[in-house]
Design a binder for this molecule. Structure first.
Ligand SMILES: C[S@@+](CC[C@H](N)C(=O)[O-])C[C@H]1O[C@@H](n2cnc3c(N)ncnc32)[C@H](O)[C@@H]1O
Length: 341
């Protein structure tokens, strides 16, 4: 009996240690990446914002450790309060402050001292290269994504780029819950992360360094979206999906080629509809019948030959009608607003 208890205690200690180890490894990877910028660390194919009078310092560009972009300029109307978790070299923070140009609207959080320091230095360079910019526009806070020192319902936009994919299941859930907690009702969570539709072998999943490098923690898109909607986000938009990386048998401990993509997702803290979340993956409905319009009497009116962006739930409901005069397109994985819900 005593031996059984002891063995259970040892198991629990080992599990806790493993859980903490990968987070420690992650911190060390980004301490190193802050001290010695590594342009190839995370590989983004998203173009850097080109806007009049916006100059991104060279070191900030080299420290672009994201896998896409998060907040879109159209999210930035009406001076929203923005929280950005996992700051890297500060490039996205600088881009956000381009639109607000005042203190108090943009907050950056990171757990790695060296990253916070490097980001501050990059902001000093940015001040020299952008006459409109002041470092104090952005408030930097040392904190953990799993325990945000931010009040409930206090920010309009919460964003992260290429950090949450590193977290294991329970930590990922916690990080998403924290973002949900701090967002105002109808606030937006904007995420950019790698995803993978193949089964990533356990040896790669458990490789702390690969995980920290955003190469082996990815989930299939459906699982990733389900985690987000299970937290309570009533609307989810897939804004972009792109090729990201390959793990090949020569360079990685895998028998088959593993294809990783990156997604840009916006989740809105809308109330959850009674029939489940609205997930927009870029589907469109087009009515081509002979009536003046088609009305499904659930709030969706299709005008002849005019595309209407529909969420997957509405697309499925229209398909179930089995009509010969309604066309439903496949998901384009590119949704940028408007539509059915
Ligand atoms: C892959 S980098 C992405 C950086 C930035 N978002 C970008 O797009 O360039 C991950 C960032 O998250 C930070 N980080 C790692 N663990 C964290 C944690 N538990 N809480 C907050 N930040 C963390 C790292 O220091 C690093 O800045």
């Amino acid at each position: 009996m005593a031996q059984q208890v002891l063995s259970n205690v040892i198991k629990i200690r080992k599990t806790i240690k493993n859980m903490q180890d990968y987070l420690e490894t992650t911190k060390n990877v980004y301490k190193e990446a802050a001290e010695n910028p590594q342009p190839g660390l995370c590989c983004t194919t998203t173009p850097v914002w080109q806007l009049p009078g916006l100059n991104i310092p060279q070191k900030m560009l080299a420290m672009n450790y994201g896998c896409g972009s998060t907040v879109n300029p159209r999210d930035l109307v009406n001076n929203p309060k923005i929280l950005y978790v996992g700051i890297g070299g500060g490039m996205e923070l600088l881009q956000f402050s381009y639109f607000s140009r005042q203190a108090g609207n943009v907050i950056g959080i990171d757990i790695v001292d060296e990253m916070l320091q490097a980001c501050k230095e990059n902001f000093a360079d940015a001040e020299n290269q952008n006459e409109w910019f002041r470092s104090e526009f952005i408030k930097l806070i040392k904190a953990d994504a799993l325990h945000l020192p931010i009040e409930n319902n206090s920010v309009d936009i919460a964003a992260q780029n290429c950090l949450f994919n590193i977290f294991k299941h329970d930590d990922l859930k916690k990080a998403l819950q924290e973002m949900y907690r701090v967002l105002k009702p109808r606030g937006r969570l904007v995420l950019s992360d790698p995803i993978c539709e193949q089964q990533i072998p356990d040896n790669l999943r458990e490789d702390e360094k690969l995980r920290a490098l955003c190469l082996s923690g990815s989930l299939p898109l459906k699982e990733y979206i389900k985690l987000i909607t299970d937290i309570g986000f009533g609307t989810v938009e897939i804004r972009a999906k792109r090729a990201y990386r390959i793990l090949d048998p020569v360079n990685y401990d895998t028998d088959e080629l593993i294809f990783i993509e990156s997604v840009e997702v916006c989740a809105i803290k809308d109330p959850m509809p009674v029939d489940g979340p609205c997930v927009f993956t870029g589907k469109t409905a087009i009515y081509y019948g002979t009536s003046k319009f088609f009305d499904d009497e659930k709030g969706h009116v299709l005008m002849p030959n005019q595309p209407l962006a529909v969420c997957d739930k509405t697309a499925a409901a229209l398909k179930r009608l089995n009509r010969k005069d309604i066309f439903i397109s496949d998901s384009t994985w590119f949704y940028d607003g408007g539509g059915c819900c």
